[in-house]
Design a binder for this molecule. Sequence first.
Ligand code: B12
Length: 255
Amino acid sequence: MLTLNGEIMKTKTSSIFTRFDINLEVEKQKVRKVSTDELLQEVADCVAEGDDDEIENIVKNVLKTKSPVKVIDEGLIPGMNEVTRLWDEGVYFLPQVILSSDTMIAGIALCEKRMGKLMEKKGKVVTHTAEGDIHDIGQVIVNALLNAAGFEVINLGADVPVDEVVKACKLHNPVMLTGTALMTTTMTAFPKIAAELKELGLNIPFVCGGGAVSEEYVISFDYGVWGKEASQASAMAEDALKGLSWQEIRNKWNG
Ligand code: B12
């Protein structure tokens, strides 16, 4: 390159010409090994690499020898955890994360289909993702596991206004309510919901999970029970079905 006074300036061409296909390969190598099982590792890699073309074949294949819950717990979730790590480290950006979450959700749907549904439903659980929040992967896992455990899931979806959550609880009279929040700006909906439930005398455990909420935060309001892992949701719903109060469920699972 010539400068203004005619001198030749040495330029590093590697910073101008970028081979994005090669960069992608480098990114792939950054996905860590998360399982000693080859098939489960394939599932995790598929999510971490956001390969939504391959997920169906890979999950159908692994489901021949492993249970759907194992595929979710030891393949899909660890794969998504890798995406979270790569995002936090600045390796992944929104496009990769969107591809991975679509791949994850497709994988969960296949597992859910395989788990089947019991004819007799045990009781209702209302699930939602907080108002203003579209991060619904945790909720999708919770839904699948509750369904598999025989609960009737009233799935309100993501970004649900406080009043709609309360209205659904009034209408369905569930044994338990769940909420997921991944953003510090959206988790503030949970104490509002709890306060409205209290005003109506709807005395139900409200299990709150998602990366944004801490145990300390959730147990700071009445009805709140902190859910660390999605897999706890069905055991907590069983407790609620047995008649344990929100205080008893909180004492058992938190603190
Ligand atoms: C995937 C992802 C997305 C995807 C979401 C896709 C989807 N359908 O969910 C997309 C690309 C769409 C997205 C968008 C955005 N995102 Co985003 N995203 C993430 C990422 C990388 C991973 C989250 C995830 O799915 N984790 C995997 C799931 C399984 O984890 P989980 O939900 O926590 O669930 C586990 C437990 O918490 C628990 N659990 C959850 N719910 C429940 C319920 C019960 C009952 C129980 C028992 C347990 C339980 O079980 C699960 C494990 O078993 C995080 C990074 C991070 N560090 O978390 C950022 C992150 C959450 N995103 C963030 C942001 C800022 C955004 C955007 C605003 C970006 C933008 N500028 O547009 C938008 C949000 C728009 C909106 N209004 O919501 C921030 C939030 C910051 C904050 N603290 O407020 C994070 C933390 C990234 C960061 N470090 O900045 N995002």
